[in-house]
Design a protein around this ligand. Sequence first.
Ligand SMILES: N[C@@H](CCC(=O)N[C@@H](CS)C(=O)NCC(=O)O)C(=O)O
Length: 219
Amino acid sequence: MLPALFSHPFSSYCQKVLVALYENATPFSLRLLDHNDPATLAEWAERWPMKKFPVLVDGGRTFAEATIIIEHLDVRYPGPVRFIPADPDEAVDVRFMDRFFDNYIQTPQQKIVFDALRQPDERDAKGVADARAAFDVAYAWLDQRMANREWAAGDAFSLADCSAAPALFYADWTHPIAEAYPNVLAYRRRLNARPSFARCIDEARPYRPNFPLGAPDQD
Ligand SMILES: N[C@@H](CCC(=O)N[C@@H](CS)C(=O)NCC(=O)O)C(=O)O
């Protein structure tokens, strides 16, 4: 049986895993999470009661958390692109950058997006302001990190770049990356041009009207 991915094309954490699958052309079956498919939604919720996606089912085991799913793919379905380098020191750096994108780009992103989905009287203005300030700190740090680098860690595309691609894609919509951060902007352009992620961008295009802050007319 092929690994099955419970996923939605517009979800950044799902795109993180899809990039890894597309990079190595790993066969999988898509279990699309759709409101019109209650059976799939029920199976997903039973497998992962935290109700976060993506979730991968493979060999009778259920894997949650995008990073862990990619770690599993790297172990069970190794391809030309290795997401965790063999060198242990390099692997630590890849995992560090993966944490950076989840904790310091995706977290403020989700804070602002989820806030926009709340009723006006339930909004958290201070939390959103803090998230925007956190974005500015993260962009500034990343700009220095990406000077003279093509990919986030080491010389090769890795787990860290799977993480970065959707994180920076949506972050720029929510809290535009200023011209003062040319290395971040250039890295985001490289990620958008990577065929695995360009495919994710295209597959997600029809869902853009769902972006709660209003999707800009740009990638
Ligand atoms: N820590 C999880 C986060 C996954 C996550 O937040 N996914 C979003 C979609 S991009 C989600 O499940 N949103 C639904 C919700 O939070 O209710 C991971 O790394 O996979």
